[in-house]
Design a protein around this ligand. Structure first.
Ligand SMILES: C[S@@+](CC[C@H](N)C(=O)[O-])C[C@H]1O[C@@H](n2cnc3c(N)ncnc32)[C@H](O)[C@@H]1O
Length: 497
């Protein structure tokens, strides 16, 4: 649905019709995060604010365009073989008047030499979904085109987890053979999985449990996901060990997975400890962890072999870093606070220093804080233990460490201004990218408000603009609701001023 936008709002909605399928930002590819991870391992890629960033297989460009909008002085380049997708991406970039993003419909094998080297190369959803010859080209290109301290993010379907998904893929492809259209193919694929799951469901076997979980996974995914993941003609999963060998063969070294929990450093099962301590090779250790967790997806960071990552992260580096929290702070029983990272970890607030850090970060709503003031405020004797705990919580998925702050505006001015990309996206779709590169779903009132947060309209005018999208609510109801609604948009990183 296209929204009515008040005068003075220069955003047009002409890209709306041309979105045949979804293209999203991926927060894990945010160069600020990649820079932070690289920094932990002793690398020093350029600041994202002025970096050269290349995305391979950028599809309709929502990820690389998001980066260009976030870092106006960075030089962003997105390539994809699909001319149609690049046309759409170019329309988005043109509507946003972005001058720092170049979008080209070419193959990664044809990137001209004159484009030079890049500080960040992103290849999300590429490696597993192209032919082996293109996989080699992708790695070769990263080896040749990374700046000396640059890093490449390469995600892929992983083994052993994908061995099980392959059973589902095979039955889907078998059943969907000859389907007359992509939609029919997806429908056949869903149908067979549903039938087989229903038929095996009563048995309570490992097989039936897996089929049920796979059905749950794909149930709410769009056809495009199913077609381009489970059913894609090229679908090659890698053991981490083999991925690293491929990278090494092209002059690349493995830095780490962007999900540090994959290292299994926190509370590994006791039975695995002898295997982990029998080797100093981190790739081997992570491979054992993948066997335990049946890992099916990885997002690896690699760098040039001539500037290899260090093997251990020195504790003292934490004094120079900024911290982002993934904890939610909830009230537990008896009023005691509970600190949770949904799906990853839960802890009570018994460590007062750590609880204070987490609670302060919670108030910053997704923005980072420098660690040094926290560390320096502690008695010298307690600083090491505190830093060790921060490091442990980072490996458990509770914190992300950055070399540069991740901040966004959280105070609204009299005539508020939305983050321009979010304002544009609100005018054409039901979600917008936050300044943390997250997808933030939007309801109609939020969309109408964002569209009109253009620096021209004050609260009274925005109330008027929102009114048609708040059926059953009076002007005074909306006037009462709107400040909190806009504050929430600001907290969620959608506001620039
Ligand atoms: C599975 S999609 C992933 C798109 C996007 N990166 C994402 O994760 O949403 C793979 C993309 O790679 C593109 N692609 C495939 N082979 C390519 C090549 N040789 N050079 C450039 N792009 C390619 C496809 O057109 C497609 O858009």
């Amino acid at each position: 649905m296209e929204l009515k936008v008040l005068q003075n709002n220069e955003i047009s909605g002409d890209a709306y019709d041309a979105m045949p399928y979804a293209s999203y930002p991926y927060p894990e590819t945010n160069p600020l995060l990649l820079q932070g991870l690289a920094g932990l391992y002793g690398l020093n890629p350029a600041s994202p604010s002025k970096a050269r960033i290349l995305e391979i297989g950028c599809a309709e460009g929502m990820n690389i365009i998001g980066m260009a909008a976030l870092f106006p002085h960075a030089e962003c380049v997105g390539i994809d073989m699909s001319a149609r997708q690049i046309e759409t991406a170019k329309r988005h970039a043109a509507t946003l008047a972005l001058t720092n993003v170049k979008l080209e419909a070419i193959s990664l094998s044809d990137i001209p030499q004159r484009w030079g080297q890049f500080d960040y190369i992103i290849a999300h959803g590429m490696l597993s979904w192209v032919a082996p010859s293109i996989q080699e080209k992708l790695m070769e290109m990263c080896g040749q085109r990374l700046a000396p301290q640059g890093v490449a993010y390469i995600s892929f379907n992983a083994l052993p987890g994908w061995h099980m998904v392959r059973m589902v893929r095979d039955m889907m492809l078998f059943h969907a053979e000859g389907a007359p259209s992509p939609e029919a193919k997806a429908a056949c694929a869903r149908d067979i999985l549903q039938r087989i799951t229903a038929m095996t469901g009563q048995r309570g076997t490992a097989y039936s449990t897996f089929l049920q979980s796979e059905q749950d996974t794909i149930k709410n995914k769009p056809d495009a996901y199913l077609l381009h993941d489970h059913l894609e003609e090229n679908n090659h999963a890698f053991y981490l060990n083999d991925f690293v060998k491929l990278a090494n063969a092209h002059g690349l070294a493995y830095v780490a997975d962007t999900d540090l929990t994959t290292q299994g450093k926190v509370n590994p099962p006791p039975e695995i400890l002898p295997l982990l301590s029998a080797t100093q090779d981190r790739v081997r250790q992570e491979q054992y962890i993948d066997f335990i967790t049946s890992r099916r997806f990885r997002s690896a960071l690699v760098c040039r072999v001539d500037a290899p990552p260090r093997t251990e992260i020195p504790l003292e580096i934490l004094r120079h870093m900024h911290v982002l929290s993934h904890f939610k702070v909830d009230a537990g029983q008896n009023g005691a606070k509970v600190l949770n990272v949904p799906g990853k970890l839960a802890m009570n607030a018994s460590d007062a220093d750590m609880a204070a850090l987490i609670e302060q970060l919670d108030k910053k709503s997704g923005q980072s804080m420098p660690l040094a003031p926290f560390i320096d405020a502690l008695p010298i004797a307690g600083q090491k233990a505190f830093m060790e705990k921060v490091m442990m919580l980072m490996f458990a998925g509770g914190f992300t460490l950055l070399q540069e702050p991740m901040q966004h505006c959280s105070a609204l001015s009299q005539r508020p201004v939305a983050f321009p990309l979010a304002r544009y996206q609100a005018s054409v779709q039901e979600w917008a990218m936050s300044q943390r590169m997250e997808v933030r779903p939007l309801n109609m009132m939020e969309r109408a408000a964002l569209c009109n947060m253009d620096g021209y309209h004050d609260l009274v005018q925005i109330v008027e603009a929102v009114k048609p999208y708040a059926p059953g609510k009076s002007e005074s109801d909306i006037a009462a609701l709107l400040p909190e609604l806009m504050q929430k948009l600001a907290r969620d990183g959608l506001v620039a001023g």
